[in-house]
Write a protein that binds this ligand. Structure first.
Ligand code: ADP
Length: 502
């Protein structure tokens, strides 16, 4: 639902306080004016003080002024004294995170919320770039999120910028490519980036796309929860896991030809859960999927989702989901999924976790956007069973320790990456037979060490013996984690998950 629709339906339904988490005050204020339905907007901001705007006459009844009498506490106090003062108004409070630090403001807002619940025709709208909900107001507040710019909106912003700055017009193809690059950013950010791009050499050109991508990566990182991961890994960098690779290749065909696939009747792919032994290529698969699909990959840091205010964690998750959908087609990589939902057992777990989980499940269930989720997990026993049910993920794969054939491939990949010229002389079968129970990461470690030792010893090639010596020096994962691995294997067999390997 667009912000426009959300605002008018919540307002008409008599929700007392709406909290909009946004950087774009100007844009949101315009939206509020559009949906105000001839009400008066009483607005307050830290910088400009208090003013009243009639949406019926589309003019200020009282332009904003800042003095002692327009301090927020005084304004609220006076509104509460006179019975009709708040009738058919929208009380718009900007910089809400600062305003709400004052307990008197909180108390007055609570009083207003109670009156609205009793039938007063008024709506309080709080605007702030961060979500801070005081406990006293929790049950009166509904959090809304600013919607992201659509492709058409972004083209409009670019064209407007060009017109305002009297720049040379850009070709339709460049306009389209720039608009795609700007997906997921706010109007404010887009205008800033355009200004930066234009200041380089006085025009907008294809050269600027790299700058836009670079800046976008940083902005996404600043959002704190998502990170755009650079991808070099290709599907051929994964040794083994043939079933999973084939499955991803099939999805790639759908994602790259979405329109044809849809009209053929193919459902939009939702995503995949890859669970299993650490160091065996789960993250590698997430990244390789993105390069196979030829889309960007956004990593969700579940550790950072948890916020200290009520509703903040869900709001963070919704923000991340929203951003991923705005950037789609993309891969949304939820790394260490079990961390987000740890402690959610049969007893339902912690309340915040439960709600967070609910938000995620509902999204997965109803998702129709091309944000393909790749969730990776080391320990599936910590995940709530609902998540494993059909309909959430398209498939759940189990990744175990590599078989001998897979170990051969993994050795090949990592040796070829570093010492292709030595490949022909290395006896892979010797290495394979000595590495039962080693993970892919263990094997990579062995090759790295052998190459480094050979160099340090002044040798001009890496031999089978060098690698065998490195194997001797390395404890395999199955030795280090014997018990947990056995337990995990049983668990996966019990759940009859699809094996990623042949
Ligand atoms: P995890 O399963 O814990 O996500 P990763 O995918 O991060 O493991 O693997 C760590 C590293 O080990 C990879 O970057 C890669 O170099 C190596 N590796 C693991 N499995 C494989 C594999 N099947 N093929 C090639 N390299 C692998």
């Amino acid at each position: 639902m667009s912000l426009n629709q959300q605002l008018s339906s919540y307002m008409n339904a008599g929700f007392p306080i709406l909290y909009i988490d946004t950087f774009e005050e100007g844009k949101v204020e315009n939206t509020i004016r559009q949906v105000a339905d001839r009400r008066t907007i009483c607005s307050w901001s830290l910088a400009n003080g208090y003013g009243e705007y009639s949406t019926k006459e589309q003019a200020w009844l009282m332009p904003p002024t800042k003095d002692e009498s327009t301090e927020l506490v005084k304004v609220l106090e006076s509104k509460l004294v006179v019975e009709d003062e708040l009738h058919r108004t929208i009380l718009l409070i900007k910089d809400a995170h600062i305003a709400l630090e004052n307990p008197e403001v909180v108390a007055y807002l609570k009083e207003i919320a109670v009156r609205i619940s009793d039938g007063l025709e008024c709506c309080v709208i709080l605007l702030s770039p961060v979500v801070t909900v005081p406990v006293e107001l929790e049950k009166y507040i509904t959090l809304l999120e600013n919607d992201y710019q659509s492709f058409e909106d972004i083209c409009g912003i670019i064209n407007q910028f060009i017109a305002e700055h009297e720049l040379d017009p850009v070709t339709p193809k460049l306009l389209e490519d720039m608009a795609v690059a700007f997906k997921g950013l706010s109007e404010f950010e887009i205008n800033n980036l355009l200004a930066l791009a234009a200041s380089e050499d006085g025009e907008l050109s294809r050269k600027n796309l790299a700058l836009i991508f670079e800046q976008k990566k940083q902005m996404i990182r600043k959002s704190g929860i998502l990170e755009m991961v650079p991808v070099k890994e290709k599907i051929n960098d994964i040794g083994g896991l043939e079933i999973l690779k084939q499955w991803l290749q099939r999805k790639a065909k759908v994602i790259q030809n979405m329109k044809d696939a849809e009209s053929f009747g193919v459902d939009m792919p939702k995503g995949v859960l890859i669970a299993g032994v650490p160091g065996c290529g789960k993250s590698l698969c997430a990244k390789a999927a993105a390069s196979l699909f030829e889309v960007p990959i956004l990593r969700l840091d579940v550790g950072k989702l948890m916020g200290k205010y009520l509703g903040e964690s869900e709001s963070n998750l919704r923000k991340a989901i929203h951003l991923a959908e705005a950037i789609a087609p993309c891969v949304l990589w939820v790394d260490e999924l079990e961390k987000a939902f740890a402690g959610m057992g049969a007893d339902g777990g912690h309340e915040v976790t439960t709600r967070l989980f609910g938000t995620f499940l509902t999204w997965m269930q109803e998702k129709t956007s091309a944000a393909f989720v790749v969730a990776t997990a080391n320990d599936i026993t910590k995940l709530p069973p609902e998540l494993l049910r059909k309909g959430r993920f398209d498939e759940i794969f189990f990744v175990g320790l590599p078989t001998s054939e897979e170990r051969r491939k993994i050795f090949e990949i990592h040796i070829a990456k570093r010492r292709k010229q030595d490949m022909a002389k290395i006896k892979l079968s010797d290495l394979v037979s000595k590495t039962e129970g080693y993970s892919g990461a263990d094997i990579e470690g062995v090759v790295k060490e052998a190459v480094e030792c050979a160099f340090a010893d002044g040798k001009d090639a890496v031999t089978t013996e060098d690698i065998l010596a490195a194997i001797k020096n390395t404890n395999s994962l199955s030795v280090i984690m014997k018990e947990p691995l056995e337990k995990m294997k049983k668990e996966y067999e019990q759940r009859k998950l699809k094996n990623a390997s042949r």
